[in-house]
Design a protein around this ligand. Structure first.
Ligand SMILES: NC(=O)c1ccc[n+]([C@@H]2O[C@H](COP(=O)([O-])OP(=O)(O)OC[C@H]3O[C@@H](n4cnc5c(N)ncnc54)[C@H](OP(=O)(O)O)[C@@H]3O)[C@@H](O)[C@H]2O)c1
Length: 278
């Protein structure tokens, strides 16, 4: 048993929600944050779980959630930046406001939380930051370029941060999941009806092709594409000495092996073959 405390963003569903239960079951205190805590009826029943409002785009709500966490548990040892969403469309179809919104959540969100907690981590002599990224942060994905850019940003930021924070005994890890059947696909910001006819036709063809591939990836994971795998890896990063970057899911492992096992251009040519409709 431990009396450590973890703060997790995006706990209303998916990996974040599973992570709450994973930590809670082994005695951690959990600050389970979400945009609409008034809708939550299950996590609120657990003794050592504080369910509280946090929107990663709103600095005031971040400060309030952290304050409430300190009042209830006295310390925060681990931050899990999990909240995020995706979006499918050709790049030309994305409005600048959509790009801003995605970066605001997926990139500036984790940065805001990290900035808010770093002084506490330094003061208490250490801490851990776990950033949930994506295989889209390892491989530039067509038809999801804005999402890919946001996740690449977090991968690069985390890598530099891990080195920068080592002298303060603050560890940083990334977790890059492959395809898992959470709410993620329903929550995507898709824009493929924008643009002229040529753009729309290409977007429809890409949507059909990429949609088919995503299904295959989920099936490739088979029984193994259980989102609990991601929650378990989050827990391991909080408690063990893990590499900075971690991939999870059979499809993610396969893609990463391809990426690392081939010259860069050869790999990208293979990706083009696979990711464009023929
Ligand atoms: N599932 C996959 O295949 C997959 C693959 C690679 C990476 N990921 C990454 O994994 C992370 C978790 O996704 P998931 O698969 O668990 O999807 P999910 O079930 O859709 O969960 C996403 C969570 O993020 C929250 N969220 C979105 N915007 C937020 C904001 N501004 N402030 C606070 N919370 C916000 C959502 O809250 P609401 O309920 O309020 O919308 C939800 O709780 C994301 O960063 C995603 O990019 C997922």
């Amino acid at each position: 048993m431990t009396n450590k405390t973890v703060l997790i963003t995006g706990c209303s569903s998916g990996f974040g929600r599973l992570a709450v239960r994973t930590f809670q079951q082994v005695g951690w205190n959990v600050i389970a944050t979400m945009r609409s805590p008034e809708k939550e009826s299950e996590l609120t029943k657990f003794e050592n779980v504080l369910v509280t409002a946090l929107d990663v785009t709103k600095p005031d709500s971040i400060a309030q959630a952290i304050d409430q966490g300190f009042v209830r548990f006295g310390a925060i040892d681990v931050l899990v930046n999990n909240a995020g969403y995706g979006g499918h469309a050709l790049f030309e179809q994305f409005e600048e406001a959509q790009i801003d919104a995605m970066f605001n959540t997926n990139v500036y969100g984790p940065m805001r939380l990290t900035k808010a907690l770093l002084p506490h981590f330094r003061q208490q002599g250490g801490g851990r930051i776990i950033n949930v990224t994506s295989m889209a942060g390892e491989i530039g994905l067509p038809f999801a370029t804005t999402y890919s850019a946001s996740k690449f940003a977090v991968q690069g930021w985390s890598e530099g941060l891990a080195i920068e924070l080592a002298p303060f005994n603050i560890k940083v890890n990334t977790i890059a999941p492959g395809a898992f059947g959470t709410n993620f696909n329903a929550a995507t910001d898709n824009a493929f009806s924008a643009g002229d006819q040529q753009v729309q036709d290409q977007a429809q063809a890409m949507a059909a092709h990429i949609g088919g591939l995503a299904e295959q990836m989920l099936r490739y994971g088979g029984e193994d594409a259980d989102p609990q795998q991601v929650a378990d890896l989050i827990y391991r990063c909080a408690t063990e000495d893990m590499p900075i970057h971690n991939a999870v899911g059979a499809d993610a492992q396969m893609l990463l092996e391809m990426k690392l096992g081939q010259p860069r251009d050869e790999f990208l040519q293979n990706m083009q073959q696979m990711l464009l409709p023929q």
